[in-house]
Write a protein that binds this ligand. Structure first.
Ligand SMILES: [Mn+2]
Length: 391
C-alpha cells in the first residue's frame, strides 16, 4: 500500500497580492498530484488547508478540479480532512463538498475509507478540548490504518495542542497537517508525519529540505517515508546584511538572482544605526529587475541570529538587547571595566544602593524603541517599503 500524503496546499492564497504567487501555489499542488500518479500510489491523502479560505476563488476550484480529474482517470482515491483555513466558520457547506458530489474525493472525517485491510480515518481541525475527547473515541478499523489529523503537536511547537503520546494507539501512520515544515516522528506502532506546506505560505515555512509531500509505504513491517521535493516552489533569498556591506551584498544578490531560471523573491534586511531608506532606493530598483519582488527592511537592532550569522554594531547594544532586566547591571560593570575603574564603580554602587534599582531602570534600547515608535506613528509610511508580516 503506497500513499501520497499532502497537506497545507492553501490553494487560492495570493501572497503579497501577486497573481504570480497564487499561480505558484496551484503549480505546486498540481505537481505533487502528478508526481503521486507517476509513483503509482494507491491513494492520495490531504491533511487539511487544501484551500486557503472556506470561500476560495474560482481559479482555486479549477486547480483542484484539474488534479482530482487526473486522479479519477487513474482510479486513485483522494481522501481529505479540513484545516482551520478551509473549514467554514458557520453552518456553511465546505468548499470541497462540490467535488464530493462529483465523486472525485472522500471526506474521511464524515465517513472512513476502507479497502481490504487498509483504512483511513480522519478528524477535521477541532478546538483543543473537543479534539482531546474525540481522540479517545478513535480506534483503528483494520490492521493497516491511517489516522488523519490537522493538529499542532507539542513535539513541534510550544503552542501545540496535544502530545504524540495522547494520540490513539493501533494506527500505523498519523497523517498530520497544520505544521508547515516536513517532519517525521517515530511513534510506538508507526510514524507521525507532517509533509509541510506545498509552497512557502509564510517565511516561517522556509526549510533547507525544500517544500513538498511524502510517499509512505505501508506494505512492509516497518512504514517507510520518502520526502518528495517540488520543483515548482518559487526560490527565495533571505539575507541579513550589515549596512556597511550593503553594496557588496547587493551585487552578489543581483548576480545570484539573475542566474536563476525563475525570478526569486528577495527579503533583504539591512542592519545598522541611522540607515536611510532613501539611500536604498537604487538597490531596491536593481533587485526588482531580477526578482519577482524585493523587500528591503531596516533593523536598528544590533543582534540577530539568521542563517547562523551574527550581526551587531557595538557591544553595549548587544548586552542590553540580549540580557533583558539585568542588562543594565552588566552594562554598568562593562563600562566601568572599560574605563579602568571597576573597583571604584562597584564600591560606589554598593554605597549608594543604586544597584537595587537596576531592574526598574529601562534599558537604553527600550528608551530608543519607544521614541522610535512615537516618531514612526507621526511619520507617513514609505509606500515603497513593504513589511513582510504575513498571515
Ligand atoms: Mn496551513
Amino acid at each position: 500500500m503506497l500513499i501520497a500524503h499532502l497537506s497545507d496546499s492553501h490553494l487560492g492564497y495570493r501572497q503579497y497580492g501577486l497573481i504570480e504567487r497564487e499561480r505558484d501555489i496551484y503549480a505546486c499542488f498540481e505537481e505533487a498530484v502528478d508526481k503521486a500518479i507517476e509513483e503509482h500510489v494507491d491513494a492520495v491523502i490531504h491533511s487539511g488547508d487544501l484551500f486557503h479560505s472556506p470561500n476560495p476563488p474560482p481559479q482555486a476550484y479549477r486547480s483542484a478540479l484539474r488534479a482530482l480529474r487526473r486522479l479519477k482517470q487513474k482510479g486513485i482515491p483522494f481522501l481529505y480532512i479540513m484545516g482551520q483555513h478551509d473549514k467554514p466558520k458557520m453552518q456553511a457547506i465546505p468548499p470541497l463538498t462540490i467535488f464530493e458530489d462529483m465523486e472525485l474525493l472522500r471526506h474521511v472525517s464524515e465517513k472512513p475509507y476502507s479497502h481490504n485491510e487498509f483504512s483511513v480515518v480522519g478528524v477535521d481541525h477541532l478546538r483543543r478540548d473537543l479534539l482531546k475527547s474525540r481522540l479517545q473515541e478513535l480506534k483503528p478499523p483494520t490492521r493497516n490504518s491511517v489516522l488523519m489529523l490537522h493538529v499542532l503537536l507539542k513535539e513541534v511547537s510550544p503552542l501545540g495542542d496535544v502530545s504524540l503520546y495522547e494520540l490513539p494507539t493501533g494506527f500505523r501512520y498519523f497523517a498530520l497537517g497544520d505544521y508547515h515544515i516536513f517532519k517525521s516522528l517515530k511513534t510506538r506502532g508507526g510514524v507521525a508525519v507532517y509533509p509541510g506546506s506545498s509552497e512557502i505560505i509564510s517565511l516561517n515555512d522556509l526549510t533547507e529540505a525544500g517544500k513538498g509531500f511524502c510517499i509512505a509505504d505501508l506494505s512492509k513491517d516497518e512504514v517507510t517515508v520518502a520526502f518528495q521535493k517540488l520543483e515548482s516552489v518559487r526560490p527565495r533569498i533571505v539575507l541579513d546584511v550589515d549596512a556597511n556591506k550593503i553594496e557588496e551584498a547587493a551585487s552578489k544578490l543581483i548576480s545570484q538572482a539573475s542566474s536563476m531560471n525563475t525570478k526569486p523573491l528577495i527579503h533583504l534586511t539591512v542592519r545598522g544605526v541611522g540607515v536611510k531608506r532613501r539611500g536604498l532606493d537604487q538597490i531596491r530598483d536593481e533587485l526588482s529587475k531580477v526578482s519577482l519582488r524585493a523587500f528591503i527592511s531596516i533593523e536598528e537592532g544590533p543582534l540577530t541570529f539568521q542563517g547562523g550569522k551574527r550581526f551587531f554594531s557595538d557591544i553595549e547594544s548587544v548586552i542590553q538587547a540580549s540580557i533583558p532586566n539585568i542588562g543594565c547591571v552588566i552594562l554598568d560593570i562593562y563600562k566601568a571595566f572599560k574605563a579602568g575603574n571597576l573597583h571604584d564603580e562597584i564600591e560606589r554602587l554598593l554605597k549608594t544602593g543604586e544597584w537595587t534599582k537596576w531592574s526598574e531602570r529601562p534599558s537604553e534600547v527600550e528608551q530608543k524603541a519607544s521614541s522610535e515608535a512615537s516618531r514612526k506613528s507621526s511619520k507617513p509610511k514609505d509606500p515603497n517599503i513593504l513589511e513582510w508580516v504575513e498571515r
